[in-house]
Design a binder for this molecule. Structure first.
Ligand SMILES: NC(=O)c1ccc[n+]([C@@H]2O[C@H](COP(=O)([O-])OP(=O)(O)OC[C@H]3O[C@@H](n4cnc5c(N)ncnc54)[C@H](OP(=O)(O)O)[C@@H]3O)[C@@H](O)[C@H]2O)c1
Length: 307
């Protein structure tokens, strides 16, 4: 099967499409014919070798974690899924392997796909939507009526966070560049700040929760908009700490199918928009990585497996 691998850490140009064998599923696993995978900034951090302390990998390594496809073979003792089932899930970053034509994956990392969901839509969900959910309702403890500031509303995590927060009855303030202001409003933002032309920290106060997906000086300025007991949840700054009564926490995303099942239910209930940017063929998966590396994807960038 074809797989996008690296033999050395570095840039997307170091990734190569190769033909490699795939082992059969062990007990508790299934093999999945991958139809679509989505790109996350994590894939670029894995590629660069920046995650070796957190998610150590041996080279060669096949990139990609989020996938959707069809079960081909169930391993011994597996009765939750059978060949032909459409599934979505996430491979552990230490294992990787979503940018390929097939993968072997533990059944507890998989959820059944809704009938009217495309493989591209499904692949977009696990990391981005799961992290948004966890940041808001886990570390963030979001309550109805609170004011929440969500950075990068046009991005993967931010786009889902805006929708979850709005439907949890929060007042949602989002940042986006001018071309994405309309999208952020469509997803549910009450107010949108064009971060390239306006300093959000000059116009906002009394925010209960900030979801920081940017870090650096955006995170630094985010503290200034908080209420006296407000909180910042960051997806990027693992060293964040409380400042007085203001909480600061890092969200460390761990995929669990139970949360993904809840998110899939939102889709079935027609409460969730899945914004897709470009769909790249697996043969050109490097271009998908480069697009995400540029930092301005609009929704999720997808890799479509070719056969
Ligand atoms: N800790 C964890 O477990 C965890 C889990 C998931 C993600 N993450 C991290 O969270 C970060 C975001 O992930 P993602 O998947 O959402 O990324 P993404 O989809 O690649 O984000 C791209 C978006 O960022 C927006 N953007 C860029 N600079 C901005 C700025 N200064 N202010 C506001 N928006 C800006 C762009 O919008 P415009 O084009 O409008 O500028 C674009 O839509 C990444 O660093 C990722 O590694 C961490």
């Amino acid at each position: 099967m074809k797989a996008l691998r690296i033999h050395a850490f570095g840039h997307p140009s170091q990734s190569v499409l190769e033909n490699i064998p795939l082992a059969g599923p062990d007990p508790g696993q299934v093999s999945v014919r991958i139809e679509a995978a989505s790109v996350n900034p994590l894939d670029l951090k894995m590629l660069a070798g920046h995650m070796q302390q957190v998610f150590p990998v041996n080279l060669p390594y096949t990139l990609g974690t989020d996938l959707a496809g069809v079960v081909e073979q169930a391993g011994p003792g597996v009765d939750r899924f059978k060949p032909g089932d459409r599934v979505v899930g996430r491979l552990e970053p230490t294992v990787g392997g979503a940018f390929a034509q097939a993968a072997v994956i533990p059944v507890q990392a998989l959820s059944p796909m809704p009938a009217d969901m495309s493989f591209e839509q499904a692949a977009a969900l696990p990391t981005a939507a799961g992290t948004a959910w966890r940041a808001l309702f886990g570390e963030g403890g979001l309550q109805a009526g609170q004011r929440v500031l969500i950075h990068a509303a046009a991005g993967g995590v931010g786009g889902f966070a805006v929708q979850f927060a709005k439907q949890a009855k929060a007042h949602v303030i989002a940042t986006a560049s001018a071309r994405n202001v309309g999208l952020a409003k469509e997803l549910g933002a009450d107010d949108v700040i064009d971060y390239q032309h306006q300093d959000f920290s000059a116009v906002l106060r009394e925010v209960d929760l900030v979801i920081d997906t940017i870090g650096g000086e955006t995170l630094e300025r985010s503290w200034q908009v908080l209420s006296a007991t407000g909180a910042v949840v960051s997806t990027v700054d693992f060293a964040i700490q409380a400042r007085g009564r203001r909480q600061g926490s890092f969200v460390f995303f761990n995929h669990d199918a139970t949360t993904l099942d809840k998110i899939l239910q939102w889709f079935k209930d027609k409460r969730l928009q899945i914004v897709l940017d470009t769909i790249h063929p697996l043969d050109d998966a490097r271009a998908a990585l480069e697009q995400v590396a540029a930092g301005h994807a609009r929704g999720k960038v997808i890799v479509r497996a070719a056969r």
